[in-house]
Design a protein around this ligand. Structure first.
Ligand code: FAD
Length: 245
């Protein structure tokens, strides 16, 4: 916001010297990402399995190299831009936010954390201390697709999908969309279409049509709701195909 001259805060709180917030580790159940973990630290994380692979795959879509070396995962999540890749990842994977203040610590599910564009349940005296992302089962496949007009720009829409195959049938599908509505969310009706079905182009077309139908796209200068709906449908289909390969 300061880079775009949209915010001129009277005070800044520098958390860079708080070593405890540099935490980045897997505890066998979750990947724990502390408030000072920069985007580029997520390029290669020991012991994070498929969750780590997914983060490394999404990472290059975030802004430009200098921003990835300075911006933080938790800063992006707190900022809650609808087009933030990490906000989408948190919602898709079922992440949990650990919020701390002088009054104590509370944990909030990612699905409850985002209230709208640039709006979260964070109280003025709270710090997002860490985000916990569940470690995905080793057989989990994923697909991530996004579109922005220029490389490094905020995406107009993005889709993240995960599932695993049991005897060739889709299990625990997740279809989540970011950047198109005011906050990221999962599309349960599309997930129902996929669950227990055999992967095929026809199936992916049906699931992506369902997403497009349910989507309530934002409109902006040069971006109509219809454009975002069509775009999201195409991205959903591509993300599902990517995951099935
Ligand atoms: C040109 C440009 C392009 C960008 N493109 C993308 C993109 O494509 N995708 C993307 O996801 N992001 C993008 N970003 C955002 C970037 O990734 C940063 O993550 C984001 O700006 C947050 O930066 P930061 O971590 O330094 O947090 P800050 O800028 O320091 O903080 C952002 C806000 O969150 C609050 N905050 C920060 N950390 C915490 C915390 N731990 N607890 C509570 N509140 C906190 C701050 O008070 C502030 O209000 C872009 C930014 C720029 C400038």
């Amino acid at each position: 916001m300061m880079a775009f001259r949209l915010a001129r805060p009277g005070h800044l709180v520098d958390i860079n010297a708080v070593d405890e917030l540099k935490l980045l580790q897997s505890d066998g159940i979750d990947l724990r990402i502390g408030a000072l973990v920069r985007h580029d630290a997520l390029e290669s994380i020991e012991g994070a399995g498929v969750t780590g692979d997914l983060l490394a795959h999404v990472l290059p879509s975030i802004a430009h190299f200098p921003i990835r070396t300075r911006g933080t995962f938790c800063g992006s999540v707190s900022h809650a831009d609808p087009a933030s890749e990490w906000c989408l990842v948190c919602v898709a994977l079922g992440g949990r936010m650990v919020l701390t203040s002088a009054n104590g610590v509370r944990e909030v599910a990612a699905t409850e954390f985002f209230e709208g564009a640039m709006s979260t349940v964070l109280r003025p005296n709270e710090l997002l201390k860490e985000v916990r992302l569940p470690l995905l089962r080793p057989a989990t496949r994923f697909g991530f697709q996004e579109f922005s007009r220029r490389r490094g720009d905020f995406a107009l829409s993005m889709v993240l999908t995960t599932f695993w195959l049991d005897h060739g049938l889709i299990r625990e599908p997740c279809v989540a969309v970011g950047g198109a509505e005011d906050r990221p969310r999962r599309f349960v009706s599309a997930e129902r279409i996929l669950s227990g079905a055999k992967p095929s182009s026809d199936l992916f077309v049906r699931a992506s049509q369902e997403v497009a139908q349910e989507l309530q796209p934002m409109e902006g200068p040069g971006t109509t709701a219809r454009y975002r709906r069509d775009l999201t449908q195409a991205l959903t289909q591509r993300a599902l195909e990517e995951a099935s390969r």
